[in-house]
Design a protein around this ligand. Structure first.
Ligand SMILES: Nc1ncnc2c1ncn2[C@@H]1O[C@H](COP(=O)(O)OP(=O)(O)OP(=O)(O)O)[C@@H](O)[C@H]1O
Length: 226
């Protein structure tokens, strides 16, 4: 079990971003953090992953094996996708999981620098690294962002399948639909449990080339082909 124990955070002399977060993440559970832009989700995830030190409080019981998918890759990442995956696989002493790349539908050039890949293809490489290398703690910051419809569905499957403890943020609505997930909304620096997502499933019959247009309609959070 991972315990977030009285975590407070402010950057420099700025306002308090996190105001005493207390929560536990059961081993193998999925915890979703929703909330408006700038409310502090990424800050909490970085602290949970051990990348940022909180102003006050601590995260206890963090497994030695942590895999963190940031919201954005550094703009200047000149490493090719192939070299990036090889680097992490070597570090973890595990083979590169090209099967995950295929499953996510990676359609870019593995020898192109990560910084030149499309947002979605770079995200697929990041997800392959994340899911291919850890069974301890997965910290995923908006992992559904930028993915096409099919890959979004695959990602939901990967989150459900993994034995790791998962902490994830999301703006697409996909995470709130994960079976068995504990969902919180961050408001004023604290986590409030979300009992119901308020989302409604609607079945639409359309041609396959119209799926992306349906996905782009106002209020549509996610689209699944059936
Ligand atoms: N390195 C930093 N230095 C100063 N302020 C920061 C830093 N990182 C984040 N902040 C501030 O902390 C607040 C919370 O930011 P954070 O990125 O955690 O929000 P978020 O909920 O993840 O937002 P979004 O949904 O837009 O990704 C914001 O006001 C942001 O400007």
């Amino acid at each position: 079990m991972i315990t977030v124990d009285g975590v407070w955070m402010r950057y420099g002399r700025g306002p308090m971003v996190l105001s005493g977060i207390d929560t536990t993440l059961a081993s193998g559970s999925v915890t979703v953090v929703l909330g408006e832009n700038g409310c502090g989700k990424s800050t909490l995830l970085r602290i949970a992953a051990g990348v940022t030190v909180p102003t006050k409080g601590a995260v206890r019981g963090r497994p030695t094996s942590v895999s963190y998918l940031p919201e954005r890759f550094p703009d200047q990442l000149r490493l090719s996708a192939r070299a990036y995956l090889r680097h992490f696989a070597r570090m973890r002493r595990l083979p590169t999981r090209s099967d995950l790349l295929d499953r996510l539908g990676f359609a870019g050039d593995l020898d192109q620098p990560m910084s030149e890949l499309s947002k979605g293809n770079a995200q697929k490489v990041g997800l392959t690294q994340t899911f291919g290398s850890v069974d301890g703690f997965l910290v995923l910051d908006e992992p559904w962002a930028g993915l096409d419809v099919a890959a979004r569905e695959v990602l939901s499957e990967l989150v459900v399948e993994t034995a790791a403890t998962v902490l994830v943020t999301d703006h697409t609505g996909a995470a709130a639909k994960l079976p068995g997930a504990t969902v919180y909304r961050m408001v004023a620096g604290v986590l409030q449990p979300v009992e119901e997502s308020g989302l409604v499933d609607v079945v639409v019959t359309c041609t396959s080339d119209a799926v992306d247009q349906v996905a782009a309609l106002p209020g549509v959070q996610s689209v699944r082909r059936v």
